[in-house]
Design a binder for this molecule. Structure first.
Ligand code: HEM
Length: 434
């Protein structure tokens, strides 16, 4: 007999920082209570949905399970949910509308569909196909820099952090170019977008500043920067030629988006693709190094790349969950959900569901059926899937010739959050004699 389900923990950022994905807890929930009323002293209760099929059912009913309710991300009772937090004095000083959703993720149809369309054209398969050679060139250059850094560090007996040394670079450059951001600003944007998701490094804290204050200061700086860009685009037309210019000048249902709407929307487009894609890349390279036979196979058969990318996405599952609010009563897999209840969709758990994936804990880059839910499903299905896939393929292709020289070493440090799961630091060195 295992311990009671009440002892399982799937909501605390500190636990994710220490142990990573709570795979065993999710396994038990799928087996014993796939739609489980999760009540703990430090979080408002919610239904934890852990099976692939049930997550699909919820995602297929966006009119029942809405995004526009009070909760979208797991948060402890005293915490302010990320993205909602930045609107307080920054917004009130500018007379922003408190009832306006912070960004498109918080919207429901029909408005969500219209607002999403304003940027989705920039992330289609076709758009990404034309950017592939450019991504490849960027990835080659970043990889060469990283290998040189590794060689110098190894000569000193040192290690290099894979996350900031390589994995963070292409997602940032790609988003910078798509949005039309000045390359000189990218480094600072990385600092802000890390802070927005709670990753505040010591070097990003003013003397005596608490984490909470540092978070808020970063959010205000990021929003002020975007405010200036939006203002500039309004004045100068489509001068920079990036997505920001297009968004400022393209009406939705005959009306241009307001500064408030644009600010949240652009912040999300910049932030959503950074941590997520980099975690998939760093977790994917870790998996390849831990599974040498798979790694060798990919090096010998690079045509397996599309399948390898899908397996890495399933394996690393960087987004832990999203929450929904039931707008009406609903029966989910025999469990009565009442209107007003919160429902948590645990995508990584779906990606280890034995009912869908054969031997789900086997890392297998030749998997042919891989209907993972890493990007969610339905109306809010990740807008950046084509971009993330293109970046991952380009990054891996550039790194393949060097993989056999890389070695994991030291202790990785994980992100302190339950929403995006992955490494804040992943130390590596060159193999001896390589
Ligand atoms: C491996 C990388 C990524 C992962 C794992 C990921 C995962 C997700 C997930 C799980 C959702 C919610 C889906 C749902 O509710 O059904 C989402 C939404 C979203 N993602 Fe991604 N994402 C990634 C990369 C990106 C990139 C590169 C962008 C850049 C544009 C992006 C932009 C967005 C946006 C804007 C949404 C909200 C869509 C909406 O509400 O309509 N993501 N993503």
């Amino acid at each position: 007999m295992g311990s009671a389900l009440e002892s399982l923990n799937i909501h605390r950022a500190d636990d994710y920082a220490r142990d990573g994905h709570p795979w065993q807890a999710w396994d038990r929930l799928r087996r014993e209570a796939p739609v489980y009323w999760y009540e703990r002293h430090d979080i408002e209760p919610f239904w934890a949905v852990t099976r692939h099929a049930d997550i699909l059912t919820v995602s297929n009913h966006p009119e029942v399970f809405i995004n526009g309710g009070p909760r979208l991300r797991l948060c402890l009772k005293h915490e302010v949910e990320p993205m909602r937090g930045g609107l307080d004095t920054f917004g009130t000083e500018r007379g922003w509308d408190a009832d306006e959703p912070p960004d498109l993720v918080f919207m429901d149809n029909p408005r969500h569909r219209l607002v999403r369309r304003q940027s989705s054209w920039a992330y289609t398969q076709g758009a990404m196909r034309s950017m592939r050679p450019h991504f490849r060139a960027l990835a080659e250059a970043f990889t060469a820099e990283f290998i040189e850094e590794l060689e110098q560090a190894s000569a000193r007996g040192d290690t290099v952090d894979f996350v900031h040394g390589l994995a963070a670079k292409l997602p940032l450059a790609a988003v910078g170019e798509i949005m039309g951001l000045a390359p000189d600003d990218w480094k600072q944007i990385l600092v802000w977008s890390e802070a927005v998701v709670g990753e505040i490094r010591e070097s990003n804290r003013l003397p005596g500043e608490s984490r909470g204050r540092a978070y808020y200061r970063n959010m205000v700086e990021f929003r002020s920067y975007l405010e200036d860009l939006i203002e500039e685009a309004r004045l100068n037309g489509r001068e920079r030629g990036g997505l920001i210019d297009r968004m400022v000048h393209t009406p939705v249902q005959g009306q241009l988006l307001t500064n408030q709407q644009l600010n949240g929307y652009i912040l999300t487009l910049i932030g959503a693709g950074n941590d997520t894609t980099r975690n998939a890349f760093s977790g994917g390279v870790e998996a390849l190094l831990q599974h040498p036979a798979q790694c060798q196979r990919l090096c010998e058969e690079p045509e397996l790349m599309p399948q390898a990318v899908e397996e890495i996405l399933r394996w690393t599952s960087p987004v832990g969950s999203f929450l929904r609010t039931a707008a009406q009563d609903f029966e989910l897999a025999g469990t009565a959900i009442a209107a007003g209840d919160t429902v948590g969709l645990f995508y990584p758990s779906a990606n280890r569901d034995e009912a869908v994936f054969e031997d789900p804990y086997r890392f297998d880059i030749t998997r042919t059926s891989n209907p993972h839910l890493t990007f969610g499903f339905g109306a809010h299905f990740c807008l950046g899937t084509n971009l993330a896939r293109a970046e991952l393929a380009a990054s891996l292709e550039a790194l393949l010739p060097h993989l056999s020289r890389l070695e994991l070493c030291g202790t990785p440090r994980r992100l302190v959050q339950s929403h995006v799961i992955g490494y804040a630091e992943l130390p590596m060195r060159l193999r001896r004699g390589s």
